[in-house]
Design a protein around this ligand. Structure first.
Ligand code: FAD
Length: 316
């Protein structure tokens, strides 16, 4: 039996931020993740200066390298304009591995199946025991499904579906492009250049609205591929897209039950306007750690629900 004070399920941004804060304060914790890191995670990898601040990270301190954008090229229902901004782009396969290693926490590859509570202690698969449990396992987090979903099921109208591909494509345009509400997509499509010749392209939108319109994400993916070809942005590449879904922020989420706390996508925290989930994941992971360290309340109040202010450089 492996015993620890805090067992963190999931080593993505939410789990690694929680582990980092706990280790910095001398707490005993262990991270379990079903996948071996570095692991692939479908994500455009657009990140904000606020996120880097919370992680005490600068672009110069980040060995894999990140791209900085001072402008977005936007199309809103076909209306084109440029928006001044200050944002960055990373590759999740590198970023998540970097953060998890930097946390200094022990990590074991283990896909969690069964969680039980025995005499006030959480028992995971009969192999791991802890007084505190942090559910940071993303959309399908077992902590959320087994300890929270019955009480507060996640609403279908907050579900985003997304499809993307990330690939090496050095002959490219360095500008970040976003196409909002195009061809009836209840969401947006993106073209995000990364450091060292990598590129991420994708589409994401509200699943319930797509269904209500009799539409599919696949149709929008095919339209994006066609558009990238027509604009000369990507040509002659054989796509291998991956899909994923996650929940946007909504009111009334109870992020803790007893000593079990949810962070990141497990709690459904992505911003309502842009589906930005990395920063809320890190913010909630850090807060979960603080609540455990201080015995204080674990609350999601004040965690950003919109991205617009940070895009415009107006976020605190
Ligand atoms: C296509 C796409 C594009 C996106 N683009 C952006 C973007 O540009 N910017 C942005 O901010 N957000 C973006 N998001 C959202 C962002 O990816 C998520 O909000 C973010 O990854 C949440 O982090 P997390 O740590 O909560 O979960 P995750 O990053 O999903 O990490 C969860 C971890 O838990 C592990 N796990 C799951 N189940 C188990 C189990 N049973 N046992 C053990 N381990 C388990 C997984 O292996 C995984 O490593 C995008 C999402 C998608 C799908």
């Amino acid at each position: 039996m492996n015993k620890t004070d805090v067992l963190i399920i999931g080593g993505g941004p939410a789990g690694s931020a929680c582990a980092w804060r706990l280790k910095q304060n001398g707490a005993d914790c262990l991270v379990l993740d079903g996948q071996a890191f570095p692991r692939f995670k479908p994500c455009a990898g657009w990140v904000t200066p606020g996120l880097l601040r919370d992680l005490d990270l600068t672009p110069e301190d980040y060995p894999p390298g990140m791209v900085t954008f001072r402008q977005f090229d936007i199309a809103l229902r076909g209306l084109r304009f440029k928006m001044r901004t200050h944002q960055h782009a990373i590759r999740r396969i590198e970023f998540d591995d970097f953060l998890l290693r930097r946390s200094g926490a022990p990590v074991i590859q283990h896909a969690v199946k069964e969680i039980r509570q025995v005499n006030g202690v959480y028992d995971v698969d009969g192999e791991y025991q802890a007084r505190w449990l942090v559910g940071a396992g993303g959309t399908r987090c077992p902590v959320c499904r087994q300890l929270f979903d019955a009480e507060s099921p996640r609403p279908a109208d907050a579900l985003v579906v997304a499809q993307e591909d990330e690939f090496y494509y050095p002959m490219r345009d360095e500008r970040c492009r976003l196409w909002f509400l195009q061809n009836g997509l209840p969401g947006y499509a993106w073209y995000v250049p990364k450091a060292n010749g990598w590129l991420n392209v994708g589409v994401g939108g509200m699943e319930a609205q797509l269904k209500a319109n009799g539409d599919t994400l696949k149709r929008h993916w095919n339209l994006l591929v066609k558009q990238l070809d027509e604009l000369g942005l990507v040509r002659g590449y054989e796509y291998r897209p991956s899909g994923h879904s996650y929940y946007l922020r909504r009111a009334g989420v109870a992020p803790s039950r007893g000593n079990a706390l949810l962070a990141g996508d497990a709690a459904g925290l992505a911003t309502r306007d842009m589906g930005e989930g990395i920063h809320p994941a890190v913010q909630s992971g850090l807060r979960a750690a603080d609540a455990i360290l201080t015995g204080g309340e674990y609350t999601l109040r004040g965690i950003q629900g919109l991205s617009l202010w940070s895009l415009l450089g107006l976020a605190a």
